[in-house]
Design a protein around this ligand. Sequence first.
Ligand SMILES: C[S@@+](CC[C@H](N)C(=O)[O-])C[C@H]1O[C@@H](n2cnc3c(N)ncnc32)[C@H](O)[C@@H]1O
Length: 314
Amino acid sequence: MSSLVTPSDELLSFLKELPDMDIEAYLDAVSKPLPECFRINTLKLSEERIISLLRDRGWQFEKLPWVKTGYKLLNSTERGVGSSMEHMLGLIYIQGPISMLPAEVLEPAPRMIVLDLCASPGSKSTQIAQLMRNTGILVCNDVSSTRIKPLVANIQRCGVINSIITQSDGRYFHRWVREQFDRVLVDAPCSSLGIVSKDWTAANKYNEKISKRISKLQQSLLISAYECLKPGGLLVYSTCTIHPLENENVITYLLDKKKDAELLPVLVEGLRSRSPLEEWRDIKFSSEVKKCFKCYPYDNYAEGFFIAKIRKEA
Ligand SMILES: C[S@@+](CC[C@H](N)C(=O)[O-])C[C@H]1O[C@@H](n2cnc3c(N)ncnc32)[C@H](O)[C@@H]1O
């Protein structure tokens, strides 16, 4: 193999088990850095105004068709996007191109009540606030005290004023607020096998036992999120992994437990995607999982992602 990265034996044997996986293409894609992309933050200034400021500074970029205010950088900036004045002022938010998708799929709108159950560091919370035009109520929750700090910093930097930040274990969130939210996002903790180009340690750490354990945590988070959702509301579940136990399996679990949950198709223009698996090893998944969005890193030379959109019967 000509790839730059060498997978651990455990990762390699997992990849071999995926019937639709091209291992060489996967290793090639994750050997390359993710494309540099950003969102324009319309909570600070209009999109036109920010575009013109960036162009005046020599930035070249093109629109990402699947996100309202998402762009891909085409040239490198003098100091790097992360230390640019535009980033520090919150005019832009640096984010992976496919990571911008779950908040769009959630369809948050002004004056809604929205919960982001696993919110830190706030990429999707700040995007949701933007789509809500800073109105309504956005509850941004995370379990980790260390990760609450970057969440607060990003919320402040982006000028979000409709949010409440909570630190609690999302598995039990429904005990406090049952059926109160128009929209709930679960951007779940996962094995991160779709974004290993950011940090190869996730791939080195991969082991089957961890994925099985995370899958149980994801199931509990999703059930709690569903309990928090109003009848007629929308729930989005997303991960940046390619592991069927953390994706298709978790959605099948929800559909088995909650008979009033309906899976809606996630239709995306401009991105290559693939059909989720209906069975893996000896596990049969619900045939409904076909409606979810799934891509591997080499499908778009970007992140690997899984997104499910669920409606609770009204
Ligand atoms: C994939 S990250 C979320 C990324 C975030 N949504 C964003 O777009 O910036 C998953 C997050 O889930 C949090 N988490 C892990 N276990 C949790 C739990 N039991 N309850 C709530 N949050 C949890 C982690 O601390 C981590 O910040």
